[in-house]
Design a binder for this molecule. Structure first.
Ligand code: FES
Length: 290
């Protein structure tokens, strides 16, 4: 195992962090409870993608530009301008990041906590760098800037580990429909489904959320797009007069008609299936086109 991977895996299992991470995550969820409009915006529900990664890219880009301008001995005002832009961009990035972090699995929260501490250290170093520069101590300001970039690099590495190795952020439902061959597939018999209570049914390799109301059946992928929670165990609610299901793990709300995200933390819709009830009562499904 490579040295960085060994380090991040040790962080994943660092149970000593749990007291602080659990308390902090709970506090964030109390300030921004499930369904709060600001929480949905910070998760990225309106844009359909997590908001934290693109915001963080702004700061990282600006701070990298600061280092380049310092290295080529460019006009100090230019370096200051991009440095300030990076600091300003870090604040909304941190707000979005901590909101996402508050609804992750325990191991993800451990790595995410260290990611946040390292990035806050980078922010502190850049703030110090700015102060040194505006008070005329260019050389020390540049040194603080390089230290800040080193810290931001470590923070970025941990963020990459969270996103790509621990899959905090990508949709957990997107690959599912690729596992279903084209065309209609027999799922079950209509009258074997309970009325008004969601159940799960297997279709090949994947689990489906199935809800019958009388002779009408709605079908979604069962693994929540946020972190793969079992939607068939969720509560049924009405949001804006539309039937929705609340994920039992972190409270994402999906419209049952088409799987659209109503409230985060999920930002990707839940794959929906078209349903055909044959004359002999067999329920058939196929992935919804478009
Ligand atoms: S798994 Fe997190 S909201 Fe569904």
């Amino acid at each position: 195992m490579s040295l960085p991977a060994g380090f991040t895996e040790r962080l994943e299992h660092l149970g000593a962090l749990d007291r602080i991470t659990q308390g902090l995550a709970k506090a964030v969820r109390q300030v921004l409870p499930s369904g709060h409009p600001l929480r949905d915006v910070l998760h990225g529900v309106p844009t359909g993608h997590p908001l934290h990664p693109p915001l963080a890219t702004v700061s990282l880009g600006c701070w990298t530009a600061t280092a380049v301008l310092d290295l080529i001995d460019a006009d100090p005002r230019a370096a200051r301008a991009v440095l300030v832009t990076g600091i300003a961009g870090a604040l909304p990035a941190a707000a979005a990041g901590i909101t996402d972090w508050s609804v992750l699995h325990r191991e993800q929260q451990r790595v995410g906590f260290v990611h946040a501490v390292v990035n806050l250290t980078a922010l502190g170093l850049y703030t110090g760098s700015l102060w040194l520069r505006v008070t005329g101590r260019q050389r020390a300001g540049r040194t603080f800037g390089f230290l800040g970039l080193a810290a931001a690099g470590v923070g970025g590495f941990l963020g990459g580990h969270l996103a790509y190795r621990m899959t905090a952020g990508p949709s957990h439902a997107e690959p599912l429909t690729h596992l279903v061959p084209l065309g209609w597939h027999d799922l079950c018999r209509l009258w074997d489904l309970p009325d008004g209570r969601p159940v799960t049914r297997r279709l090949g390799y994947i689990q489906l959320f199935v809800l019958r109301h009388g002779a009408h059946v709605k079908v979604l992928a069962d693994r929540c797009s946020h972190l793969a929670g079992p939607l068939h165990q969720g509560r049924l609610v009405l949001e804006n007069d539309e039937a929705c299901v609340v994920c039992p793990w972190h409270g994402s709300v999906f419209r049952i008609e088409d799987g659209a995200v109503v409230h985060g933390p999920a930002t990707s819709p839940q794959p929906a299936f078209e349903v055909n009830v044959r004359g002999d009562g067999v329920v058939q499904v196929r992935p919804r086109q478009g």
